[in-house]
Structures are given as C-alpha cells and as structure tokens.
Write a protein of this length. Structure first.
Ligand code: IPD
Ligand code: CA
Ligand code: CA
Length: 272
C-alpha cells in the first residue's frame, strides 16, 4: 500500500518503539543537555542508532538530521533527508509517564514525502505519505469538524527556556486560556500533531520547535485534511519559529488571537 520509503520509516519506528517500550519504567542513565530540564537518556541514543542503522541498510545514499547525532550521511542537497526524533517526550519518559513517541520523516527539496509517529505504549502508529492520506493503525484518519475556537479542544507545548518567555509564548498561552478554552500540554509535539490529525484535538501551537519534533507530524496533519502555518498564517516550513496546526476550520481564529499578542512576525529562528 505504501512506497518503500514509507515502509522503511514504519519498520524503523516499530523497531525503535520496541526498544523504548523495553526501557520504559526501568532504571537507566539520564543526562542533562544545554538548557534547564532538557534531558537525554540512554534510550534516546539507542533508539536513534537503531533507526539510522535500519534506514542506512535500505538507503545507504540518504542523509540524516537526527536530534542526538545531528547531520550525517550524504551531503548532496538533492538526496533524501531523514528527519528523526528518536524519543519525543524525553522528560515524560524519564519520569515514567507513558506519553512519548518516535518521529521519522523523509524530506526532499522542501517537501515532506512521508512521516511516521509511533506511540509504543499504546501501540498507535500514525502514517502519512504524500498524496495518500493519513492513517492510524491502518485506518484512514481525518481532522475534527469543530468550527468555533471558543468550543475547541487544544494542545500546546513550551520550549525548554520558557522561563525567559521567548517570543511571548507565555502570553500566547494566557491569551488562549483566558477565553476559557481547554488546553492540554502533553510533552510530545509529534503526538500533539498526530492527535490533531485524528481529531482528538482541534488545534496545536508552539514556538521554537525543531525539524525533528514536527516533520512527521506536519505531513500527518496535512494529509488528514488539516492546515499547518506560522502564527501569521503564512506557509510553514521546518525552520520557521512559530507553528499552528489545526483542523483548518478554526485556523484563522487562532492565528488572530496569537498575532494579537504581538508575536509570530519577524522573529528569527535564532531569536530565542
Ligand atoms: C520536546 C517535546 C515537547 C515540546 C518541546 C520539545 P523532546 O521534545 O516535543 O512537547 O514542548 O519543545 O523539545 O526534547 O522530548 O524530544
Ligand atoms: Ca522532540
Ligand atoms: Ca527527542
């Protein structure tokens, strides 16, 4: 049903998820990365190694951008690049909270070709391939039908330096919850996006995400009929600072609220 690229992403995510599931709740090494409360565990690294090894065995000429090992492989710009978050939700994983995922996407020339997000504890596998729609465990999924922001169910996240309120992200949050809208913070941006795609949430917003957090989730939302833009409603690409993903119907409304807090325009990616 899917092409070789997508099948390879699925196979790699399942293998990595098996390792994470085995490690979940056991005692393992936890290290601090740059930034407050930014953790990495030995399982982030083990998951990443198995994913890259698996993809390389099928596509030896492709390149990689992966959270823990950075850029590797073919430096030819025209090659397919795999964008990998081996464990999205590390803080949850480190605290034995079963909300985390593996996120793998293949990208070429500013186009996401396929994306897979896998929640190993629930055994939920989200898959999208350009032009074929999105699926959860083989069943087609669609975004929700809600049309009113004020009766929407939303999810968000915060960067590790939230204490310095980068880009006014705390003000964004306040501007939404002040309207009485229920908002969740799950701690895995890849799952946040996948859950918008299958209609569990009507929308998601966050700043300063990395390509590996969102590449797979973005195509899963888009192929499920949703919309992903920057806060100013302009086209989103993986190095942009702001991201809003919705069912499409509440999109303009949420953009308007976030833009009214004076954020999301003219912020450079390095201005954190
Ligand atoms: C984090 C999660 C979290 C988001 C952070 C990300 P990590 O990724 O996606 O939901 O709010 O911005 O950095 O560190 O668990 O891979
Ligand atoms: Ca991540
Ligand atoms: Ca990660």
């Amino acid at each position: 049903m899917f092409n070789q690229l997508t099948n390879c992403a699925v196979d790699s995510a399942l293998k990595a998820g098996k390792i994470l599931k085995e490690g979940f709740g056991t005692s393992f090494e936890i290290f601090n990365k740059i930034g407050k409360n930014n953790l990495v565990t030995e399982y982030d690294k083990r998951s990443e190694s198995i994913i890259i090894e698996n993809i390389k065995s099928v596509f030896p000429d492709h390149s990689f951008v992966a959270e823990e090992s950075g850029n590797s492989g073919n430096i030819d710009n025209d090659s397919i690049k795999w964008v990998i978050d081996p464990l999205d939700g590390t803080v949850n994983f480190a605290h034995s909270l079963p909300i985390f995922s593996v996120s793998i996407a293949a990208v070429k020339n500013k186009e996401i070709l396929c994306g897979v997000v896998y929640h190993p504890i629930l055994d939920e596998l989200f898959i999208a391939e350009k032009g074929t729609g999105s699926f959860l465990n083989d069943k087609p999924i669609k975004v929700s039908k809600s049309t009113e922001l004020d009766s929407a169910f939303l999810v968000t996240g915060f960067p590790y330096n939230v204490n310095s309120n980068p880009c006014g992200c705390i003000d964004h949050f306040v501007s939404i919850i002040q309207r009485g809208i229920p908002v969740r913070r799950l701690g895995s941006a890849a799952l946040d996006l996948a859950y918008v795609a299958c209609g569990r949430f009507d929308g998601f917003w966050e700043i300063n995400l990395h390509s590996w957090d969102v590449a797979a989730g973005v195509i899963i939302v888009q192929e499920a009929g949703g919309i992903v833009t920057q806060y100013n409603n302009e086209k989103y690409w993986l190095d942009n600072q702001t991201l809003i993903a919705t069912n499409g119907k509440i999109h303009n409304q949420i953009c308007n609220v976030l833009i009214k807090c004076g954020c999301g325009i003219n912020f450079g990616r390095n201005q954190k």
